[in-house]
Design a protein around this ligand. Structure first.
Ligand SMILES: NC(=O)c1ccc[n+]([C@@H]2O[C@H](COP(=O)([O-])OP(=O)(O)OC[C@H]3O[C@@H](n4cnc5c(N)ncnc54)[C@H](OP(=O)(O)O)[C@@H]3O)[C@@H](O)[C@H]2O)c1
Length: 266
């Protein structure tokens, strides 16, 4: 549990805490003695997790159901913590959605929802919580990006672009605010065991080299505590990204197209 003690006795806000990596963040942080604000749309999942973590670790936990596809949700979440006098010292921007298939026939609401949840809500929540952190000269922000951030991904075009946004946003902010003692880090997982692939409609055969969500969450929290600006979870994922850096971009995108191409296509 090295480094995860950084947030003992402090409040951490985890978005997308109802499953997968977000639930794993909640478990890791509670085990390290952090108090939690858990948010996602599925309230029942959150209250069940609250019961479990409270009895296992004796930390305080607040739950708020909010839909980050709604533009007002970040302000609602901020107002919720303000009203309760909760000082959020760790913001984990984890909630995220994806979609799979040809963009031309995609559901436009779904594509716009990806941009709203993965990008706009991240910017908004960060903008709301960061000034207080700077004022206190204390605070950490983890933004969950993806290895999809490092190249274009045909058939997941909007998703990969949204994760590239998250990575660059986090890295820029990290540099801007380190002088105030604030740490910001982008966590870039590769395929991870969660509900993400099914929700996004990604075919099983594309999902290989899957890492457990608790491992991925630990990698992110450790990197944040160590002052890293970004981290790729998993050695194989790291090698994949590094190899791509020296290859021509067009070649990399062509390889991704072949890998992600829907099987039934001619
Ligand atoms: N799994 C992977 O292979 C993988 C790889 C790289 C990066 N990631 C990133 O990891 C993060 C966590 O995903 P995961 O893998 O843990 O998937 P997951 O199990 O599907 O969890 C996604 C979380 O986001 C929440 N969420 C989705 N839409 C939301 C909305 N409109 N408003 C509020 N919350 C919403 C979900 O809660 P509700 O449904 O209850 O709202 C859920 O708690 C995402 O940012 C994802 O892009 C995942």
């Amino acid at each position: 549990m090295a480094n995860l003690d950084s947030w003992r006795g402090k409040w951490a806000l985890v978005s997308g805490a109802s499953s997968g990596i977000g639930e794993a963040f909640a478990e890791e942080l509670a085990a390290g003695g952090a108090h939690l604000v858990l948010t996602a749309r599925r309230r029942q999942r959150l209250t069940k997790l609250r019961r479990k973590l409270r009895s296992a670790h004796g930390v305080e936990i607040e739950v708020l159901a909010a839909d980050l596809a709604e533009s007002g949700a970040p302000q609602e979440i901020f107002a919720f913590t303000e009203k309760r006098g909760i000082t959020v010292d760790l913001l984990v921007n984890n909630a995220g959605v994806g979609s799979y298939g040809e963009f031309r026939s995609s559901n436009v609401e779904c594509e716009l929802g990806i941009v709203q949840v993965n990008c706009s809500a991240v910017v908004h929540l960060t903008r709301l919580y960061l000034p207080g952190m700077v004022e206190r000269r204390l605070g950490d922000i983890l933004i969950v990006s993806s290895t999809a951030a490092y190249q274009a991904v045909p058939y997941m075009a909007t998703y990969a672009a949204s994760k590239a946004f998250d990575l660059l946003f986090a890295e820029a902010l990290a540099r801007e605010v380190e002088r105030y003692g604030i740490r910001v880090c982008a966590l870039c997982p590769g395929p991870t065991a969660s509900e993400f692939q099914k929700a996004a409609g990604v075919p099983d055969e594309i999902v290989v080299n899957v890492e457990p969500a608790d491992h991925v969450a630990r990698v992110g929290l450790r990197a944040l505590a160590a002052g890293e600006h970004s981290v790729i979870s998993g050695f194989t994922n790291w090698v994949g990204v590094e190899v791509q850096r020296i290859a021509p971009r067009r070649l990399v995108t062509s390889a991704a197209e072949i890998l992600f191409r829907p099987r039934q296509r001619g």
